[in-house]
Design a protein around this ligand. Structure first.
Ligand code: HEM
Length: 247
């Protein structure tokens, strides 16, 4: 009799769970990064606008003195760092584990010339850049949460952070937009009747978002540099809003 042999090791759901965890952590980080840049770019509306945003983030409206609670910024920074580490660790499962595997992957990539395969490689490179440079930025923010504002931020950008931000900005925006595109393709979000057509449309959205956030980031960096340059003789002095000055 022809008997079907029973599997000895049951199929594990772990890889699927880890994939889901990677998608969810990536989604949260991607949305955080876009929101973060929209908040940071408030400097384009002027010093008062950026001061207002930084005070709201510190929940100054809840403190009687109006000073706010910078510790909230540190706590958000710690949470984002933790998520960052989890997301990177989950991504590392799929990295080539030796030079030979990496070389084979690059050969396949060159041969196939498929945008989604090249995307994955770009994610590896930009992910690496973000992990190192993002950690430096997060450490500064977590340890100096009260030093965020039109003058404090501009002094920092102009003083020493601008080269790091410039590289980090490109890595973040390319990584976030590709990540969101891959999430949409993987989980079939926005899938229409013709998957090829929806993929093409998603690629256009991905490029559009990358260009939009890159332009916003570069414009904001220029604004911080300009304020930092003008404020260089008084670097370290905090910004006092019109409302605070009239108290
Ligand atoms: C709670 C977490 C975070 C906070 C509170 C925060 C806050 C800020 C602030 C206030 C600035 C303006 C410049 C300054 O003050 O130094 C800034 C700029 C920037 N941050 Fe963050 N950040 C956080 C997390 C991240 C992460 C995780 C990344 C990327 C891995 C990142 C990437 C950047 C970049 C690229 C800029 C320059 C933006 C531009 O072009 O103007 N930030 N951040």
């Amino acid at each position: 009799m022809n008997r079907v042999k029973k599997r000895e090791t049951p199929l594990s759901r772990m890889p699927a769970r880890l994939d889901l965890a990677q998608s969810v952590s990536g989604l949260i980080l991607g949305l955080f990064m876009w929101t973060h840049l929209l908040l940071v770019s408030s400097i384009l509306l002027g010093k008062e606008a950026m001061h207002f945003v930084s005070k709201v983030m510190e929940m100054s409206f809840l403190s009687p003195s109006g000073e706010g609670y910078p510790v909230i910024v540190s706590l958000v920074g710690i949470t984002i760092s933790a998520l960052f580490i989890v997301h990177a660790a989950l991504a590392m499962r799929k990295f080539p584990s030796n030079w030979k595997q990496a070389a084979t992957f690059r050969e396949h990539m060159a041969m196939m010339r498929h945008p989604d395969t090249s995307h994955w490689w770009r994610q590896v490179i930009t992910g690496f850049v973000m992990f190192f440079l993002g950690s430096v930025h997060l450490y500064v923010i977590i340890t100096h949460p009260a030093e965020i504002g039109p003058f404090a931020s501009s002094d920092r950008v102009y003083g020493f952070m601008w080269p790091l931000y410039l590289i980090l900005l490109f890595a973040v925006e390319v990584h976030a937009a590709i990540g969101m595109y891959r999430l949409a393709v993987k989980w079939g979000v926005f899938d229409g009747a013709d998957p090829r057509q929806s993929r093409k449309r998603l690629q256009i959205v991905e490029r559009g978002l990358t260009m939009f956030f890159l332009s916003l980031g570069v414009a904001s960096l220029i604004a911080y540099m300009k304020i930092g340059y003008e404020h260089r003789e008084h670097a370290g002095e905090p910004y006092v809003s019109t409302e605070e000055a009239s108290r």
